[in-house]
Write a protein that binds this ligand. Structure first.
Ligand code: AMP
Length: 139
């Protein structure tokens, strides 16, 4: 069973496609959070960022890099929030990696991504050192 985004790639359902190359495609979000809200996806189906092969990840970033100024300029945005909901617990509803480019305006009142969390978590220095070591050893 292919994802709804694969159906867009295959042309089986309509979308407002704004860019396409061999490995990636970008189209307007059907439920925009702001005018110009765009999704960038790899054409092949990968559920999470962790699943995307290195070469496709490079292509995906290149398309995001290309689309951010195009989107901002097209709707005269002041800035943009660029984000992946990476996994169901992080709010990912469509199990096909996608990058949201959401144009931002001075008056939109949406705040930074930090606003999703109640506030800063209190983590002591020893634990921070431990976490940094764990990440470094896997990077
Ligand atoms: P997420 O919650 O990160 O998985 O976001 C999924 C996004 O896909 C939502 O913003 C939806 O509005 C959008 N979406 C779902 N179906 C379609 C569709 N057929 N065409 C364009 N965008 C879609």
């Amino acid at each position: 069973m292919s994802t709804i985004f694969s159906q867009i790639v295959e042309g089986e359902i309509p979308a407002r496609v704004v860019y396409e190359d061999e490995t990636t495609i970008a189209f307007l979000d059907a439920n925009p959070l702001a005018p110009g809200h765009t999704l960038v996806i790899p054409k092949d189906e990968y559920e999470r960022l962790n699943d995307v092969p290195d070469d496709v990840a490079e292509d995906l970033y290149a398309t995001v890099h290309r689309l951010v100024p195009a989107v901002e300029e097209s709707v005269d945005a002041d800035a943009s929030t660029v984000a992946f909901n990476n996994g169901e617990e992080a709010g990912q509803e469509v199990p096909h990696v996608h990058c949201h480019i959401v144009p931002r305006f001075e008056s939109d009142g949406a705040g930074p991504i930090h606003a999703m969390f109640g506030g800063q978590e209190d983590i002591d220095d020893d634990r921070l050192d431990e976490i940094a070591d764990e990440i470094e050893s896997r990077a």
